[in-house]
Ligand binder design. Structure first.
Ligand code: TGC
Ligand code: FAD
Length: 396
């Protein structure tokens, strides 16, 4: 039966991180864990195989406060710490990267820009609906010819008088695009890059789904096509976002959540491989007794533990408003890479069973190939850290 393996019951805690968490942070993690165990694990392999997002879970996720949880209660959010948010992402991605991506986009890439750059009227209109999951959002930055270099974007918006703007362009690889009620669309204008809220159903706006992914199969990915889309300035233009730092500021929030989230996928695979190594007998012994397999397991738990400590310290800095974008890049780069390598080693320990959907390993491994690329590729984050330490930008 697909997904029959449900061995993950706890957070791998080799360096006693538990003692560094607050009661609230532990409670958030427990609530998310219960949700994932009860609602996600039993259905997720079916959704991944069928290439569908488990949309029936959205209202429950809203009810549990999973969307934009660090934003203020005034807007229906939970006002949690960044570390609590990180632990929530860890648990969601232990379920599936598609589920964590949904929450990342909704919270960090849609609610965050509306909260940070939006007018009071835009915040009052959208934030409570997005927090409850009544409305879904997406974030359109990447274009067919501009991925790592969004500053080159071709999507264009122009004022046409009467308090209106006209937008033309195409975005690609947009998570939640087809199902979104509102898209945050970044476009070049005479005043530099600006952000616009474009509602589903607006004339000239469509979001065809992209098909054929071998990764993040339980996630909706779309193109956004804007053909002479006319929007009202008051409702649509984000007044506080000017220049590329507008969208890049949102990415810093999402990359932080990813640095925690991927560890949930890695932890699930580590625990699965550890269990398997104790019960699978070859040459008369559990395979976990062979030195080659122990080397893999020791490497996996060491990398997982180092990555947890990096994420936790980054979260503490973020809560003091001291985390820099380059520190976030280091955590995204390191933790995604470590997690992907952990899932690959787990796959080998399971032998042929490693490719079956009876176990979560291959699904997580394939998902992390996308996470390695999105939100800034591993290479781009390497160059951001390289620039930070040398003072020399390699991508200019
Ligand atoms: P550069 O000149 O370096 O910067 C332009 C302005 O932005 C500021 N800035 C940032 N601000 C906040 N956070 C950051 N991370 C920032 N990085 C830069 C910077 O200080 C500057 O401000 P100012 O005041 O001087 O104007 O820009 P550049 O064009 O040289 O580009 C730098 C580079 C390559 C690092 C950047 O373009 C980049 O990060 N590229 C990667 C693109 C990317 O990550 N795309 C992600 C798309 S969204 C997505 O993948 C969602 S996946 C969703 C999911 O399912 O979870
Ligand atoms: P490219 O930029 O073409 O890069 C190709 C290769 O060249 C990479 O290895 C890269 O590291 C390397 N490279 C590029 N520039 C340099 C350089 N200067 N030096 C060295 N190497 C370099 N985008 C959104 O806007 N919203 C979303 O919701 C969203 N969701 C996504 C969901 C999925 C499943 C995926 C796969 C992508 C998503 N993206 C989204 C797009 C994602 O952000 C881009 O794919 C990513 O930024 C990389 O762009 P690219 O794919 O065009 O690769």
């Amino acid at each position: 039966m697909p997904g029959a393996y449900a061995g993950f019951t706890h957070f791998t805690d080799y360096m006693a991180l538990e003692g560094l968490l607050t009661d609230e942070e532990r409670m958030v993690r427990e609530a998310a864990r219960e949700f994932v165990n009860a609602e996600v694990l039993p259905i997720i392999e079916g959704h991944a195989q069928g290439q569908t997002f488990p949309s029936a879970l959205i209202p429950k996720m809203g009810e549990l406060g999973f969307f934009g949880p660090t934003l203020p209660e005034k807007y229906g959010c939970a006002g949690l710490s960044s570390v609590a948010y990180g632990l929530l992402m860890y648990e969601l991605e232990r379920g599936d990267s598609g589920l964590r991506s949904f929450a990342s986009v909704q919270g960090s890439l849609v609610m965050y820009p509306i909260f940070t750059y939006g007018s009071e009227a835009q915040k009052d209109h959208w934030l409570p609906k997005l927090a409850s999951g009544q409305a879904i959002g997406c974030f359109g930055l990447t274009e067919p010819d501009f991925g790592s270099n969004p500053g080159g974007m071709l999507t264009r918006a122009e004022r046409i008088g009467g308090g209106k703007w006209r937008i033309n362009g195409t975005k690609m690889w947009i998570t939640n695009g087809t199902v979104a009620d509102v898209a945050v669309v970044w476009a070049r204008t005479e005043e530099g890059i600006r952000g616009f809220l474009v509602e589903k159903g607006t004339k000239g706006f469509s979001a065809p789904e992209m098909h054929g992914k071998w990764s993040l199969r339980a996630s909706n990915t779309a193109e956004l096509v804007l053909e002479d889309v006319i929007v009202e300035e008051d409702a649509s233009l984000l007044p506080g976002a000017k220049g590329l730092k507008g969208p890049l500021g949102c990415l810093t929030q999402a990359r932080y959540g990813i640095a925690w989230g991927v560890l949930g996928a890695a932890d699930a695979c580590y625990q699965c491989a550890l269990d398997y190594s104790k019960s699978r007998i070859q040459f008369g012994k559990p395979i976990g007794a062979f030195q080659l397999q122990q080397e893999k397991l020791a490497w996996m738990v060491t990398e997982l533990t180092k990555s947890q400590l990096l994420a936790l310290q980054l979260g503490r800095l973020k809560d003091q408003d001291k985390a820099t974008p380059a520190q976030v890049s280091m955590a995204k780069m390191n933790n995604v890479n470590a997690s992907l390598e952990i899932t690959r080693r787990a796959r080998t320990i399971l032998g042929a069973n490693g490719i079956l959907d009876d176990y979560p390993v291959m699904r997580h491994m394939a998902n992390l190939e996308s996470v390695y690329t999105y939100e800034g590729t591993h290479d781009i984050h390497t160059l951001i850290v390289g620039q930070e330490v040398t003072g020399l930008a390699a991508y200019e």
